[in-house]
Design a protein around this ligand. Structure first.
Ligand code: IMP
Length: 430
């Protein structure tokens, strides 16, 4: 039996929700290990739709322990709001089924303000963030001036932390033309929210290790996608955390040996939200068609996603950096009806063929995709539940992807319905 890490293997929005839900049904513990409420997961359970952005997907299932690890940046007001919303939908949330790492960093209102001010101030600095303060909160974490969950328990510590934060932030705010931080107002806000967060605060590392020893099944639920990873993504157009599978260990306080199977979620084509390089992007009718058929609009910001052909070079790269054991391929049905399909199999950089995306921004900009053309299919693949249900050309497309990314398909998802899945390898049993 293996513990499973689920990571997005592209730029996020690969359709993790359905897969994570399917796996969380069989897990005992579901842990988030990075990101924050920049994520957007939609779950459909017994016809009921739940939208989550900060809480782990296990929260909607009775009897599961949901964990927010230290690698997450936590907006306490958003947390309380999301809990209240789900309770209103009949979901029970108590300190018995939700646990938050005491050493997780808080996102404060000033982080969101800074994020949005930077994004709107200057086109050169624009990343296309979700505007939720994720980046500024992580900056304060590594800058050793963040407020952490445990700090909420002690008034004196909290005041010291706020003073430390103000030295840095007031200077920044002056430069951006934002009024200085109102110390007393911020302290009052924190004092007010503290009793609503503290009951969930626990030494997550300890509980995770106890769970592991007790043989509980742990599902590590990644957010965003590996190409948004702070180290291995398309920097600087990335999110501010490590997104790749290794972060599951660091972001919850469990050793890397606890990770058994790494499931990479891969969409049958490519999308990205926000700015940044996207070699296989389509700015033509095919791109529009992918966006329409795939309903490619952001769940958090509602932004239209950029669309392109499947880029095997990038997915091969993310499968390597996350040590992906098998992929879950999603949204194959969006490709139904295309006469021909293209897969990016390499890049041309100044006449030289590359098998990976170079790091240097100028080189990335000069990379042009080298495509391989495959025959499309006119039949519908939506709802297929076995390989025999798929047209031959669709099977060829999937097999070619496996060859190119050097990683097998563990699961093929053919519609948002949970049973419309072809299971090749069960990640928990592998
Ligand atoms: P941030 O995470 O809000 O700082 O945004 C940084 C980049 O990550 C932007 O390009 C966002 O569009 C992208 N991003 C953040 N969260 C998600 C997500 O859940 N799905 C897809 N893209 C995301």
């Amino acid at each position: 039996m293996a513990n499973v890490v689920v990571v997005g293997a592209q730029w996020g929005d690969e359709g993790k929700g359905k897969i994570v839900d399917w796996l969380s049904e069989r897990a005992d513990v579901i842990a988030r290990f990075q990101g924050g409420h920049n994520a957007g997961h939609t779950l459909v359970i017994d016809g009921k739709v739940y939208k989550l952005s900060l809480l782990p997907s296990g929260i909607v299932r009775p009897g599961k322990l949901s964990v927010i690890g230290n690698g997450v940046v936590l907006d306490p007001w958003h947390l309380v709001g999301e809990i209240a919303k789900l309770r209103g939908e009949g979901v029970e949330i108590t300190p018995d089924n939700l646990m938050i790492a005491e050493n997780a960093v808080l996102i404060l209102p000033l982080h969101g303000e800074l994020d949005r001010a930077r994004e709107s101030h200057n086109a050169v600095a624009k990343i296309g963030t979700t505007g939720r303060g994720i980046g500024p909160a992580y900056e304060d974490k590594v800058g050793r001036r963040a407020i952490r969950v445990a700090d909420l328990a002690d008034e004196a510590t909290l005041a010291l932390r706020v003073d430390r934060l103000m030295v840095h932030h007031d200077a920044l705010r002056r430069g951006l033309g934002i009024e200085p931080i109102d110390r007393e107002a911020l302290l009052a806000q924190l004092r007010e929210i503290a009793p609503q967060v503290l009951p969930y605060a626990k030494p997550v590392w300890k509980v995770m290790n106890e769970m592991r020893k007790a043989g509980k099944r742990i599902l590590f639920e990644g957010a965003q996608g590996a190409l948004l990873d702070i180290d291995f993504g398309t920097y600087p157009f990335v999110t501010s955390s490590n997104v790749i599978a290794g972060q599951a260990a660091t972001g919850t306080g469990i050793g890397p040996g606890a990770i058994g199977f790494v499931l990479g979620i891969v969409k049958a084509y490519t999308t990205r939200v926000g700015e940044g390089p996207f070699p296989a992007e389509l700015k033509d009718a095919d791109g529009e068609r992918l966006g329409e058929r795939g309903r490619e609009f952001g769940t958090v910001t509602g932004r239209k996603r950029r669309c392109g052909w499947f880029d095997a070079v990038l997915v091969r790269q993310t499968c390597a950096t996350s040590g992906v054991s098998g992929i879950a391929l999603t949204k194959l049905d969006v490709l139904d009806g295309f006469e021909t399909l293209k897969i990016c199999v390499g890049y041309d950089l100044d006449g030289e063929r590359l098998d990976h995306l170079p790091i240097a921004a100028d080189q990335q900009a000069r990379c042009t995709p080298i495509y391989e053309e495959l025959e499309g299919w006119s039949e519908s693949t939506a709802g297929a539940r076995s390989w025999a249900d798929l047209p031959g050309a669709a099977v060829k497309y999937v097999r070619r992807i496996e060859e190119l990314i050097q990683c097998p398909v563990a699961l093929l998802s053919t519609s948002p319905e949970r049973d419309d899945t072809i299971l090749v390898t069960d990640p928990f049993e592998d």
